[in-house]
Structures are given as structure tokens and as C-alpha cells.
Ligand binder design. Structure first.
Ligand SMILES: [Zn+2]
Length: 142
């Protein structure tokens, strides 16, 4: 896993180009119904540069389901406001009666951290940009 492509602003790589060409809007991977009955309705991406929500039609993702209770997503989104490309990496995983959203750990060691834990009947929710999350995380550590 190349940590430079994981939810951090970076130069556009070959992988991003491939995602832009062959990926599908994030909404096409939802809803996800897990074996525990939890349903993940949707995810929203926010621009890593300006923090504004990126329109679904401006996102391109690839999704893999290594098992029925794990959706592994990798994608990019291009902000309408500032035209910056933000790479995204998420995992949505069933946990007990719930599901959780995970992102790459800021440690950059390839491990994952739980981002949000969601009840089994979620409404729409909003994902804030990983860059904003990271900033808060680092601030909390300081
Ligand atoms: Zn933006």
C-alpha cells in the first residue's frame, strides 16, 4: 500500500488516472447490507483542500468485498469549487450489530483506525475529509 495515496493531498498518480477512467461514483457501491443486518446507506466525500462536499458524480471509486462484512473502497474525488483531486481510502465493516468506517492510520504504517461507529439504522451521514480529521487528530496529540 502506498501511503502517499491514502486520503492525503498528493500529486496525481497513475493509480488516480486509472480510477478516474475506470472507477464508478461512490454511490454505486451503496447501500451495503451486512450479515448482521446493518445497512450502510451512503458515504459522502469532502474535499481535502477546501473541505466542501464533493458531488457524487465527481467521485470515482473501486470497491472490493474480501468478505461479506467488509467493503474496501479506494477512490478519488475532484472538487467543483477548487478543482483539487483528493484521494480517498475507506473500509466499511460490520461490527457486532453495527458497522464502522475505517481509514488508514495517520501513523502511515499500513494499519487501520476506526473512524466512526454507526448504528444499524443510519440516516445519511457525512464524512469529513481525511485531511481535516488528520489535522484534528494531530492537534489533539500535540
Ligand atoms: Zn475543494
Amino acid at each position: 500500500m502506498n501511503k502517499n495515496t491514502d486520503n492525503k493531498l498528493t500529486a496525481i498518480s497513475e493509480e488516480h488516472r486509472t480510477l478516474l477512467k475506470e472507477g464508478a461514483p461512490l454511490s454505486t457501491f451503496f447501500p451495503v447490507k451486512f450479515t448482521n443486518g446493518a445497512v450502510a446507506d451512503n458515504l459522502h466525500c469532502s474535499c481535502g483542500n477546501c473541505g466542501k462536499r464533493i458531488d457524487d458524480e465527481r467521485t470515482r471509486f473501486e470497491g472490493h468485498t474480501p468478505n461479506p462484512d467488509l467493503l474496501d473502497l479506494r477512490g478519488v474525488g475532484v472538487c467543483r469549487q477548487c478543482s483539487v483531486l483528493t484521494p480517498f481510502r475507506y473500509r466499511v465493516r460490520a461490527r457486532a450489530k453495527l458497522f464502522q468506517i475505517e481509514g488508514p492510520s495517520p501513523k502511515g504504517d499500513g494499519s487501520w483506525m476506526v473512524w466512526r461507529l454507526r448504528p444499524a439504522r443510519p440516516a445519511f451521514w457525512n464524512i469529513i475529509g481525511w485531511a481535516r480529521y488528520l489535522r484534528r487528530y494531530l492537534h489533539a496529540k500535540a
